[in-house]
Design a binder for this molecule. Structure first.
Ligand code: ASP
Length: 450
């Protein structure tokens, strides 16, 4: 059995839903279909999830919601009409949408989560109707029925291990297709909570693990995962195969085709993932596989960069001999509730890298002042615009001199990295540069290895 997940752009219109159904029915093993909410039909279009967020906000501010409800309903109506779904059946969707504000929510965050989740919930119901209308035996299963239990924040939930026990008890007839909504689960008290944005990938992975799927096929609008951002290097190579941990490192550094949290259930269940293109479904796409027995076919699998960092550089002679130095820095960060991303160090210096979203100008001043006063470094430099480049590849483990090659190719372009750090797994090298040098650095490294 295979779990197959479709992203929002693959289910945005009647034509695209029809295409997804062709993919679903092309193989008998493709039994469980996880769906996103209808996404964008064209670049300026709005995703149904974003329309639902607007609906939630208007509800919370007691504004008129007639237009936004019509706009959302219209998206489902158009898809339904394409397949000749009757008005009576479509009215159920309209009714469910209109009723959202009347439900009981513990607080505004739960309300927002429930509204958002209906993008996928209504889409899955509609697609099950469409399949049955087309004579394909299908069943809509709701996370309530399946026992997909989540905990944590209502809009940033985490799967509860109990879900896997519940999924083990789910009975699926070999002749039927299951349509399951992505993106949300049910809290222990019975309310809806969603995963973070793009979280239908997570639902697909949970079902793949829970139902012991032989493969998790993830259909999206690109032909697999590119080895570098196509906005930086045109027509980059597609990654044919990679390991889970390569994918984790790359998605941390900005590869967004597949949700990084969705890897965890797949890793736990050792389910291979295949990222494929809905418009070219016979292309092999990208396989994401367990590390065990993996034979890389190149040194480097991907190069990624992220530019939303700031860094604090501290230099102090004999820093290596001073006990408690790092602890005191961490205590200062803790006092201001500022998390850090990385802290590479040398004998006399240390760089602390922050995600800028956790900082304000005032916090930067407070932290720098306190570190200067309490730790008294010989040099303290704040680098506001800092970028991190990740070079990832299982093939690096067996190859000497990769860092040296990277450094010399960067130097030829006049780029002197501010920091270079090799992960203990030996499959990634992290390079810190000034923000404005990041794209050139990525291009240079890509050209060197591909
Ligand atoms: N519809 C949700 C979002 O736009 C989840 C998903 O598409 O995976 O974030």
């Amino acid at each position: 059995m295979k779990v197959i997940k479709f992203g929002g752009s693959s289910l945005a219109s009647g034509e695209s839903v029809s295409n997804a159904i062709d993919i679903l029915t092309a193989e008998d093993q493709r039994q469980v279909m996880v769906v996103s909410a209808p996404g964008k039909r064209f670049p300026e279009d709005t995703k149904v999830t974003d329309l639902l967020i607007e609906y939630a906000e208007k509800t919370l501010h007691h504004q008129d919601t007639n237009n936004i409800v019509s706009e959302i309903f219209n998206r489902y109506q158009k898809i339904g009409k394409y397949f000749g779904i009757s008005n009576t059946e479509l009215d159920v969707i309209h009714y469910l949408l209109l009723n959202l504000p009347k439900q009981n929510y513990p607080n505004d965050d739960y309300l927002l989560a429930a509204f958002k989740a209906h993008g996928e919930r209504l889409n899955a119901r509609l697609i099950a109707l469409i399949l049955n209308q087309l004579g394909i035996k299908s069943r809509y299963i709701d996370p309530v029925e399946a026992g997909l239990i989540v905990t944590g924040e209502p809009n940033d939930a985490l799967v509860n291990p109990e879900s896997y026990i519940n999924l083990d008890h789910l009975k699926i007839d070999p002749n039927e297709k299951i349509v399951f909504p992505g993106f949300f689960g049910i809290t222990p008290s019975g309310h809806i909570a969603t995963f973070s944005r793009g979280g239908s990938d997570i639902t697909g992975a949970i079902l793949a693990r829970g139902l012991h799927s032989e493969l998790y096929e993830n259909f999206t609008d690109v032909s697999g995962i590119f080895s570098v951002n196509p906005a930086i290097v045109s027509h980059p190579a597609t990654i044919k195969k990679m390991t889970y941990r390569e994918m984790r490192e790359l998605s941390y550094a900005g590869f967004s085709v597949f949700h990084d949290e969705a890897l965890i259930p797949a890793i736990q269940g050792e389910i291979p993932i295949n990222v494929k293109n809905t418009n070219l479904p016979t292309e092999s796409g990208t396989m994401i596989l367990p590390n065990r027995n993996f034979v890389p076919d190149r040194v480097i699998t991907g190069v990624a960069s992220q530019k939303h960092f700031s860094a604090l550089y501290l230099h102090k002679y004999l820093l290596n001999k001073e006990a408690g130095f790092t602890l005191r820095i961490l205590q200062i960060l803790d006092k201001y509730h500022v998390p850090y991303e990385h802290m590479p160090s040398g004998i006399d210096d240390i760089t602390i890298i922050f995600n800028r979203k956790f900082l304000t100008d005032q916090l930067i001043d407070l932290i720098c002042n306190e570190i200067q006063a309490l730790i008294n470094p010989d040099q303290l430099e704040w680098i506001n615009d800092y970028a991190i480049i990740m070079v990832v590849g299982e093939g690096m483990k067996n190859k000497a001199g990769v860092s040296a090659t990277i450094l010399s190719s960067l130097q030829e372009q006049g780029i002197t990295p501010q920091m270079i750090n090799q992960g203990a797994s030996q499959i990634s090298i992290m390079i810190g540069t000034k923000k404005e040098e990041a794209s050139l650095a990525v291009k240079t490294i890509y050209r060197q290895f591909f």
